[in-house]
Design a protein. Structure first.
Length: 538
């Protein structure tokens, strides 16, 4: 195990793996440790949102994820055995919603990490750390090697709900725990219901059973594999007895006894792969960072699993933090850039905790509750961030402004290239991307070229750019600034683009800066928010 590194990450679940992969592909030194001796194969988190699939696309693993998962067609509910509300997944999203077992997510992310030269140090436990203004000294205990000290520039706790990093930081994990006990089972289900749907079975209270619900989510595999979860009724024995003893998961007979009364008549449960009895909490830390130490994922926030937001929110924590640490590792970060991680992600965590808690209360009360656009996570915005700037006076009223996620568009074309391409194909390299919209390549292209030169001067290979022209325009070849054609008009519509406008896209796919009258001076002013010594532009 190395004794010095740029970033030490504690916890090699999906969040830690994504952060390590992002940093490694940007040339940042990473040590990723996990107390597990080897990876487990429990399905755990299943839902992968459209926004997370966009992140996977940027890493080049989206299609592998799709191959290993099942597209969700929608949500179908039953009330006391009678079909109820049904909602189909919209077809006009960049990606649909995917059911993907957590062990598959981890496999894909670990393979991605290996491709960029990284690895997981299994069987290694963070036992303590001492953070100063200049470094973090971490004590790690590994199998057969005793304790050793690792000096790093930053420490990130991705070590889950019982985070050791959070505990040493002394941060409160504010919130509470629901009184209900839940049981989860990953098993084979024989029934006549169509594959590819999330099913919710609601039952009104009876003399024998209280009112409750059961959720069934398909798991990729045999064609009959599902993960079922429900609340243990108060009339049943204590959870430890239901589970066959303290800490013991329920067996197939106990699962069948609990769940069969909620399922359609004739349903047969078999081949139990995994089961668990658990409680649900809603908690969040007051800040995601403290000096050189950061928290991400379940170490920072816990919330009910309704809507499948948990793992996805953690993955987006990592995606937000990665590019900032990458700049900091090269000593390019402006004062406050790393602080913006908590400033941007903590409000998102609060929103998720509040809304999933409200949704679980609706489920417990058997009020109609179906996922919507919020659960796609495509609407998350950082408009109030201290490191975004929109120079247009009417930016607040605009549907698309600095701080918003960049929409993907298609039908972009280049001279002498037969096939059109998508915008996101140009946003995959972990770079800041300058985009300009011009109607005449003789007007505005020179300014864009100078702005790109400024970006490259201060960010080197971490920046690139191109101009977009409306369809019908003749794009002359420009060696100093690439030009593409908005072949189907999708770019102009999605960006509300007008000739002369420019945008700077962050590596995480959000707009950092927007101007209707861009100039070297205005870009340089913005860059001071994120980059040290942003240059003069001359």
């Amino acid at each position: 195990m190395m004794t010095t590194t740029d970033v030490l990450i504690a916890g090699a679940g999906p969040v830690g793996l994504l952060l390590a992969a992002e940093l490694s592909r940007n040339g940042v030194g990473v040590l990723l440790i996990d107390r597990m001796l080897e990876r487990t194969f429990f399905c755990k988190a299943l839902g992968v949102t459209p926004r997370t699939l966009e992140i996977f696309d940027s890493l080049g693993i989206a299609h592998d994820a799709i191959d290993a998962g099942i597209w969700m067609h929608g949500v179908s509910s039953f009330n006391d055995g009678v079909p109820g509300v049904k909602m189909e997944v919209p077809t006009d999203l960049p990606f649909g919603s995917l059911s993907l077992a957590q062990f598959e997510t981890e496999r894909l992310l670990e393979n991605c990490l290996h491709q960029h030269g990284g690895k997981v140090c299994y069987g290694s436990v963070l036992t303590g750390f001492d953070a100063t203004a200049d470094e973090v000294r971490v004590t790690v205990e590994g199998p057969g090697s005793g304790q050793r000290t690792v000096d790093c520039r930053w420490l990130v706790g991705c070590d889950g709900a019982h985070s050791r990093v959070r505990s040493i930081m002394g941060l409160n994990f504010e919130g509470d725990r629901y009184p209900q006990t839940f049981v989860l089972a990953d098993l084979e289900v024989d029934w006549d219901l169509p594959r590819g749907w999330l099913y919710r079975f609601n039952r009104a209270g009876t003399a024998e059973y209280g009112s409750t619900s059961l959720v069934a989510v398909p798991v990729h595999g045999s064609g009959r594999r599902y993960r079922l979860s429900t609340i243990v009724p108060e009339s049943t024995p204590h959870p430890k007895d239901v589970a066959g003893g303290e800490g013991m998961p329920p067996n197939i007979e106990e699962v069948t006894s609990l769940m069969s009364p909620l399922l359609p008549s004739g349903t047969v449960l078999s081949s139990l792969h995994w089961s668990s009895v658990y409680r649900v909490s809603h908690r969040i830390v007051p800040t995601y960072s403290q000096g050189r130490v950061f928290l991400a994922g379940d170490a920072a926030h816990l919330h009910p699993p309704v809507g499948g937001q948990g793992m996805n929110t953690g993955l987006q924590d990592a995606h937000n933090l990665a590019w900032k640490l990458a700049l900091a590792s090269r000593k390019l970060d402006a004062p406050g850039l790393l602080d913006s991680y908590s400033a941007e992600r903590h409000p998102v965590g609060q929103d998720v905790v509040q809304n999933t808690s409200r949704a679980l209360n609706d489920v417990l009360a058997q009020r109609v509750q179906l996922p919507g656009m919020r659960e796609t996570q495509l609407l998350i915005s950082y408009r109030n961030s201290p490191i975004v700037k929109d120079e247009r006076p009417d930016a607040v009223a605009r549907l698309f402004a600095a701080g918003d996620r960049v929409p993907d568009v298609g039908q972009l074309r280049r001279s002498f290239v037969d096939k059109p391409f998508r915008l996101y194909e140009r946003l995959k390299a972990g770079r800041h991307i300058l985009i300009g919209f011009i109607s005449d390549d003789k007007v505005g292209a020179e300014t864009l070229a100078k702005m790109l030169s400024l970006l490259r001067a201060v960010m080197s290979d971490a920046a690139s750019g191109f101009a977009v022209m409306p369809t019908g325009c003749m794009a002359a070849e420009r060696e100093y600034f690439p030009v593409v054609i908005d072949g189907g008009g999708e770019f102009a519509a999605a960006f509300s683009a007008e000739p002369g406008m420019a945008w700077l896209v962050r590596p995480d796919g959000y707009i950092g800066w927007c101007s209707a009258s861009p100039s070297i001076e205005s870009l340089q002013t913005f860059l001071k928010l994120i980059i040290q010594n942003s240059g003069t532009g001359k």
